[in-house]
Design a protein around this ligand. Structure first.
Ligand code: AMP
Length: 189
């Protein structure tokens, strides 16, 4: 049976967003990106966006309490009943614990967490390249390096968290877009 409740882990620049979008479309399930939701809130200057923007621009994680309601709403929607890809959430152990509880409340479970492995030097090059085209406020070199540190300290421990539960899949993300997509399809099918 196809696995359709997926968490995408992996550092910034690993290609999570791109691959999650492609896979979500192939599987016909929503792509839930907390980074995208926050960028939209910031662009629209909603109360959430205003609160979140200084954290985002510095490459810090936004406080959990600003985000948890958004994630709950996204997973509780009718479109998410068949499955979902969470991209950029959970980002720390407390968010992972929240997600466990939320999934229990919604009588769902996560099929697996997929880590996209990419070496640091490749990540930095990719992020700097993206900075030229996407014009994201958090894609300057200093902020990029800080986001990688935040990732290592707060998010990377989730790899062990899911590995301990035998829920972790690893995919080498340092390959062409098409090859990574093919590898992801194999993991979920
Ligand atoms: P991303 O597009 O996933 O790289 O996220 C961009 C920025 O949004 C991050 O650097 C954080 O400031 C914020 N963000 C996204 N997801 C989360 C999350 N799960 N927890 C806290 N902050 C987040």
């Amino acid at each position: 049976m196809t696995r359709t409740r997926l968490i995408f882990l992996g550092p910034p620049g690993a290609g999570k967003g791109t691959q999650a979008q492609i896979l979500a479309q192939l599987l016909g399930i929503p792509h839930i990106s907390t980074g995208e939701m926050l960028r939209q809130a910031k662009a629209e200057q909603t109360p959430l966006g205003i609160k979140a923007q200084s954290y985002m621009d510095r490459g810090e994680l936004v406080p959990d309490e600003l985000l948890l309601g958004l994630v709950r709403e996204a997973l509780d929607r009718a479109e998410a009943k068949k499955g979902w890809i969470l991209d950029g959430f959970p980002r720390n152990v407390s968010q992972a614990a929240f997600l466990d509880q939320l999934l229990q409340d919604l009588e769902q479970h996560c099929d697996c967490a997929i880590n996209l492995d990419v070496p640091d030097e490749v990540l930095i090059l990719r992020l700097l390249e993206r900075a030229k085209t996407l014009n994201r406020a958090d894609d300057t070199e200093a902020v990029i390096r800080h986001r990688l540190e935040v990732y290592r300290e707060q998010t990377a421990p989730l790899i062990d968290f899911y590995a301990h539960r035998q829920q972790l899949e690893r995919v080498d993300g340092d390959r062409s877009l098409e090859v990574v997509t093919a590898a992801l399809k194999e993991v979920v099918h």
